[in-house]
Ligand binder design. Structure first.
Ligand SMILES: CC(C)(COP(=O)(O)OP(=O)(O)OC[C@H]1O[C@@H](n2cnc3c(N)ncnc32)[C@H](O)[C@@H]1OP(=O)(O)O)[C@@H](O)C(=O)NCCC(=O)NCCS
Length: 432
């Protein structure tokens, strides 16, 4: 029996979908078919057939991994991650190293495609987590959402709302406006998916996507916009599990998938209308997907932040290429702080190294490593610092920096400026 590990070939979708359905209850219940799988590859720029990896044995697909490209914001820059999705081995073929070899192929494919980092969501300490750790993926971020029992949701409703803002159904003519509102709202953040016109049209029009590859009919969702002074100021997308035509998740739960507005008054009105509609539909509990920022905390004081058992993991594929992609944002940080020097700092991590040559406020990233200053970190701590989950200063304080050799005191200020604390968040719609 010869196992072959390779990229997609025409017709593989049948075996891929069988494998996915054998491994994931969610896909089975939701009703994934090979036609839908093919359709997904047309709806999402990142979901490409040539990035579907399979393990084949005697003409049968027995394992699968999908590499999904995601353009994520990094302040004013954008970087591309090779998202890992749908890792699956048919139950009767497990424990033979198939997923491990497919994941190695995924990493190799990222290298071939020039993708500098690979990222995924999984259950902390799950069997898959073990495979990812073995291959050098590290835990960088703990995902969370905000939850409340319906009694607390009723309390929250009393505090929400506001005058002067009209809330009405979302129409397809609003899509470009809400795309712009999303872009403005998430400006400067780390993590939000970059959404162009086509992406938004594909994910919001005849199908409403809500999480990774899952969608339902738009009329089964709460889809509202706020209008103030004749202008659309925000939107909310929410779903009640019991109303979806395709089964997914908890049928008693309501979830607010995205509530975004340009001002707090609009957001209060949108949140009130969405929560109200979810309760009227029969929700016994509500999850709100939102970043942990004061704005949402003010709106939902009765909701509890719940971390669950999930973890976000990354593997650095090519450190200099990653830094090159986000260089503009690093330069912007130097300019904002008024740091203007001439120096070079080597960043050394487990998976490689890169040198940042700083000339006034411009940065050149190189692979040479003769810099007089050097900071050495684990991949995990570097990535936390990269995302701003922890600042350079915090890492230093908790002795997470392995070694630090500085030519002068100036480099300390540069590192603090380049890697401050930040908000990292990816909305469920852009998950993979
Ligand atoms: C996760 C999954 C893809 C693994 O497939 P597989 O082909 O059996 O994986 P491999 O044989 O390459 O590796 C399995 C590894 O997990 C380890 N493992 C198995 N069960 C484990 C557990 N409960 N906890 C920790 N490790 C476990 C095995 O010992 C092996 O590690 P080793 O090679 O160091 O001994 C498969 O179980 C599956 O399809 N699960 C359902 C779908 C899923 O959960 N996908 C991941 C979503 S993020």
């Amino acid at each position: 029996m010869v196992l072959e590990f390779r990229r997609y070939r025409d017709g593989d979708e049948v075996g891929i979908v069988e494998t996915m359905n054998s491994a994931f209850e969610t896909f089975r219940q939701w009703g994934l078919t090979s036609d839908i799988w093919l359709e997904l590859t047309r709806r999402d720029y990142g979901f490409r057939r040539d990035l579907a990896l399979v393990a084949e044995e005697n003409g049968k697909i027995v394992g699968h991994v999908q590499l999904v490209l995601r353009k994520l914001r990094y302040g004013c820059a954008v970087f591309t991650t090779g998202g890992i999705a749908n890792v699956s081995t048919r139950p009767e073929h497990r424990g033979r190293g198939i997923a491990t070899r497919l994941m190695s192929l995924a990493v190799e494919t990222c290298r071939e495609e020039g993708i500098p980092i690979s990222s995924l969501w999984t259950g902390f300490l799950s069997p898959a987590h073990h495979i990812y750790r073995k291959l050098g993926y590290v835990d960088t971020f703990s995902p969370y959402s905000f939850g409340a029992h319906l009694l607390e949701v009723k309390e929250a409703l009393k505090l929400l709302g506001g005058n002067g803002v009209e809330v009405r159904e979302l129409q397809s003519a609003d899509l470009d406006e809400i795309r712009k509102i999303y872009a403005l709202f998430t400006e400067g953040w780390i993590g939000p998916g970059v959404r162009d016109v086509e992406y938004v049209r594909n994910k919001f029009t005849d199908k409403q996507f809500y999480h990774t590859f899952f969608y339902d009919e738009p009329e089964n969702f709460v889809r509202l916009v706020s209008v103030d002074g004749g202008k659309v100021t925000g939107y909310v997308i929410a779903a009640f599990g019991g109303k979806l035509s395709r089964r997914y998740g908890d049928p008693y739960a309501g979830s607010v998938l995205e509530a975004i507005a340009l001002d707090e008054k609009s957001l209060r009105c949108l949140m009130q209308s969405a929560l109200q509609e979810l309760l009227e539909a029969g929700a016994k509990k509500v999850w709100v997907n939102a970043p942990d920022i004061p704005l949402y905390r003010r709106l939902l004081p009765e909701f509890r932040k719940v971390g669950g058992q999930g973890t976000y993991m990354d593997k650095i594929i090519d450190l200099p290429a990653l830094l090159e992609q986000v260089k503009n944002e690093l330069e912007r940080r130097l300019i904002e702080r008024g740091v203007s020097v001439s120096t070079s700092i080597k960043l050394a991590v487990d998976s490689g190294s890169a040198a940042l040559k700083i000339e006034d406020d411009s940065i050149t990233v190189s692979r040479e490593d003769s810099s007089p200053s050097c900071i050495s970190l684990s991949d995990r701590n570097f990535l936390k610092m990269f995302y701003g989950v922890e600042s350079f200063e915090e890492l230093l304080q908790r002795r997470a920096v392995r070694s630090l050799k500085l030519a002068s005191g100036m480099e300390l200020e540069i590192l603090s400026t380049l890697f401050p604390k930040n908000l990292f968040y990816v909305w469920p719609l852009d998950h993979w």
